[in-house]
Design a binder for this molecule. Structure first.
Ligand SMILES: [Cu+2]
Length: 421
């Protein structure tokens, strides 16, 4: 880097400050400051986390006795459908990408803001209305076909509730695509001079891998949902078997997005853990390049494993074999990360504060989620546990023990940076 370039970099303000400073009112405006937007995402999504938790509590209350004595069957179906949709599309996905990503990526790469600040603000402001819309579906007959919304069940269930569910998820998906474009352009174009990709903080590698997945996968989900909406409202038969449609095509399109969605929810958290552990272990990260490139490997492999959700959907044996092997291979880059984290804390001077405890809790919980993932990747085992609570437990180890523990670690770790307290 030349002296002139260094000088130019030093003169840049750290971020684009709000005119008139930042006070609490700023957080209710169409602010284009990436830090304000990051906080807006985190606070909004945390609110929906509480909503999703209340829905889960209602589900468990109903399950406390064998009879349906707390809510009706229709409401119960609505409760678990909206619980899953809220937790995935209104809490974890926007919190780890829009929340932590917006706040941290520009700071970590030395950019003044995201590449497209107004697009960034627009992506955030699509989330609250879509969330409120989804919750309002309880007033018109809630969607009850599960968060996967498989036809023909979703076509025969409550039409108004299902239509609202589709519209809400479409809006949230659009917001996610906008955020992904913004992250990719920001990371490629706006790094401070001298920061090559191989010198970039690991969280930025994770956000790059995540954004690629969101950009490739989400449009396919949008396509599936638009076709489903046609079947539901106009009466076409893309997926409706009574009109000659094929419901399995919906499953392929849905999981082409929704398997990568798991990595959209966990890769940024991997990145956060890779930033947090070295600080509190007071040792540099072990295996920087291995962690960085394994994010890209997970991202690529994540795109070619979707039919492992469909081993009981009549898929031919050779196809099952292909998806089983690909799925098991994902354990390799994931294992590389886990062992690199363990090597990072090995022999370190650990500071066991809240961030570190959550980060280490993340590792143990996520390993259970990951190993049960290898178990269900195996066709003969999966056929027996398909649609059972084994799968429910597996996904909650990954998303709660994994993503949410990691987010708590991140909140404790960066809280002073975010609030000045
Ligand atoms: Cu999957």
């Amino acid at each position: 880097m030349t002296q002139a370039q260094l000088q130019e970099t030093a003169n840049l303000p750290a971020h684009s400050p709000e005119p008139g400073g930042t006070n609490w009112r700023t957080y209710f405006t169409f602010s284009t400051d990436h830090k304000v937007i990051g906080i807006q995402y985190l606070v909004t999504t945390f609110f929906f986390y509480l909503v999703g938790g209340a829905l889960a509590t209602a589900v468990r209350t109903e399950l406390a006795t064998p009879e349906s004595d707390f809510v009706s069957r229709e409401v119960y179906n609505g409760l678990f459908t909206v619980h899953a949709t809220v937790m995935i599309f209104l809490w974890i996905v926007p919190a780890v990408t829009g929340g932590f990503g917006n706040f941290l990526v520009p700071l970590l790469i030395g950019a003044r803001d995201m590449a497209f600040p107004r697009l960034n603000a627009l992506a955030f402001w699509m989330i609250p209305p879509a969330g409120i819309l989804l919750l309002c579906s309880f007033f018109v007959g809630s969607p009850g076909a599960g968060w996967t919304s498989y036809p023909p069940l979703s076509l025969t269930y409550d039409k108004a509730g299902e239509a609202i569910w589709i519209l809400s998820v479409l809006v949230l998906g659009t917001s996610s695509i906008m955020a992904a474009v913004n992250f990719i352009v920001t990371i490629f174009m706006m790094r401070v001079p001298g920061m090559t990709l191989n010198r970039m903080p690991l969280f930025c590698w994770a956000m790059l891998a995540t954004s690629a997945l969101a950009l490739l996968g989400t449009p396919v989900l949008a396509g599936a949902l638009i076709l489903l909406a046609f079947d539901l409202i106009v009466g076409t038969a893309f997926f409706n078997p009574t009109g000659g449609g094929d419901p399995v095509v919906y499953q392929h399109m849905f999981w082409f997005y929704s398997h990568p969605a798991v990595y959209i929810m966990i890769l940024p958290v991997f990145g956060m853990i890779s930033e947090i552990l070295p600080v509190h272990a007071r040792k540099p990260i072990f295996g920087y390049k291995a962690i960085a490139y394994s994010s890209i490997a997970i991202s690529f492999l994540g795109l070619i494993v979707w039919a492992h959700h469909m081993f009981t959907s009549g898929t031919p044996p050779w196809l099952r074999m292909f998806f089983m092997i690909n799925t098991m291979i994902i354990a390799v880059p994931t294992g590389i990360k886990v062992f690199s984290w363990l090597a990072t804390i090995w022999g370190g001077k650990l500071r066991l504060n809240s961030a570190m405890l959550f980060a280490m809790g993340f590792i143990s919980m996520f390993v259970i989620g990951g190993i049960s993932g290898v178990m269900v990747a195996s066709v003969p085992f999966d056929i027996h546990v398909h649609d059972t609570y084994f799968i429910v437990a597996h996904i909650h180890y990954v998303l709660f023990g994994g993503s949410v523990f990691g987010m708590y670690a991140g909140l404790y770790h960066w809280f002073p940076k975010m609030t000045g307290r």
